[in-house]
Design a protein. Structure first.
Length: 365
């Protein structure tokens, strides 16, 4: 099988890069896998063939414009492949391929990270009209949409994609060889953006309510407009000596932090599949998340993690206290998550399922 991956903004140490790197590595054992990307991409993957095009950014990264796509079409480049697989919904590339669909015989598949819904939060006026036009064309002419969870599937259907065009491709994870370090104080940890959508303020509020005293809250991630407010909440609650903000951290520092982590918390209410829950759980760190989106598909409540059904600071604090004080439950979840999550979410299984979806599309075309 000849497969073309289409990815813009492919940089090392991003989630998309890891997906592309790990799936292509396995697919290349049996297939030819080529890459179409932009000249800015940093590639350390041995593809069969790499095509780099110049790009022009317009307002937002997803509007990255590739003027040389026309020449590829004229040269019949796309007809050389059995499957065209587009990652992360680059609007111009996807729109161009679908608008020229009458000249491209190859089936087009797209992987959506985070669903279609967050792409609808767009500016007004002419730009919104352009975006809506792209979306309509896009939904009608893509052969298959790949999502990571049932929550993302529901989101795509709410945005007009027919159910028969959607398949769930569970994500996989890298397993880090981390040795847990003993510490005099327990640590509740959040790693991610400090943005309104991540709901980190409810974690700080919950932390202020827990009854366990020998524990700190570590918040690591770049500021997206919430740091000042979070620091104020911590100060108002008298927690400035127990809540620590680390800012952006490197992968190496993240591994060190996880080695010292007692509980990993994902407080977001977004319908997205969070890979960091898998990565933390796979090394035996009990994870806590609200009962929203795909969290319950990742964590089996009281078995491989804790799902908080009471979506409030009080509900979260009670579950944190439970884990901090029930050693039997803590050890059971730690053992189960380390054993079961890598079996369910691994690159070999995900890539095998991806191949099945490729064959499914080829049989239909």
């Amino acid at each position: 099988m000849k497969i073309l991956f289409v990815v813009t903004g492919l940089y090392t140490k991003t989630g998309t890069y890891e997906v592309v790197r790990n799936t292509s590595k396995i697919l290349l054992q049996k297939h030819e896998v080529s890459l179409l990307t932009d000249v800015k991409s940093n590639i350390e993957i041995p593809f069969t063939k790499i095509i780099k095009l110049k790009t022009m950014d317009f307002l937002l990264p997803q509007y990255r414009f590739m003027p040389d796509l026309k020449k590829l079409l004229e040269d019949r480049e796309f007809d050389q492949y059995d499957i065209i697989h587009v990652f992360d919904y680059p609007l111009h590339v996807t729109d161009y391929l679908t608008r020229k669909r009458h000249q491209i015989d190859t089936p087009i598949i797209i992987s959506l990270h985070g669903g279609l819904g967050h792409f609808n939060k767009f500016p007004f006026g002419l730009l919104k009209k352009i975006h809506d036009s792209i979306m309509l064309n896009f939904k009608n002419r893509i052969d298959l949409f790949l999502v990571s969870s049932s929550a993302e599937k529901r989101d795509a259907m709410r945005n007009g994609v027919s159910e028969e065009k959607i398949k769930i491709l569970p994500p996989a994870m890298n397993i880090f060889p981390i040795e847990k370090q003993n510490s005099s104080r327990q640590k509740i940890v959040y790693v991610g953006r400090l943005s309104k959508t991540k709901n980190v303020e409810i974690l700080v509020e919950a932390f202020s309510k827990i009854k366990t005293s020998n524990v700190d809250l570590i918040i690591a991630g770049p500021d997206f407009g919430m740091l000042k407010q979070l620091k104020k909440i911590a100060k108002d609650k008298g927690l400035q000596n127990r809540v620590f903000f680390m800012g952006w951290i490197s992968e190496e520092d993240k591994m060190k932090l996880l080695s010292e982590t007692t509980i990993f918390v994902h407080p977001s209410l977004e319908d997205v599949f969070l890979l960091s829950l898998l990565e933390a759980g796979a090394i035996g760190i009990p994870c806590v998340a609200f009962d929203v989106g795909s969290n319950a598909e990742i964590l089996d409540d009281n078995k491989t993690g804790i799902i908080v059904k009471d979506i409030s600071a009080q509900g979260l604090s009670e579950k944190l206290d439970l884990l901090l004080n029930d050693n039997k439950l803590y050890e059971e979840i730690s053992r189960n998550s380390k054993l079961l999550l890598p079996k369910k979410f691994n690159w070999e299984l995900t890539t095998k399922t991806l191949e099945e979806f490729y064959n499914y599309v080829l049989k239909k075309s």
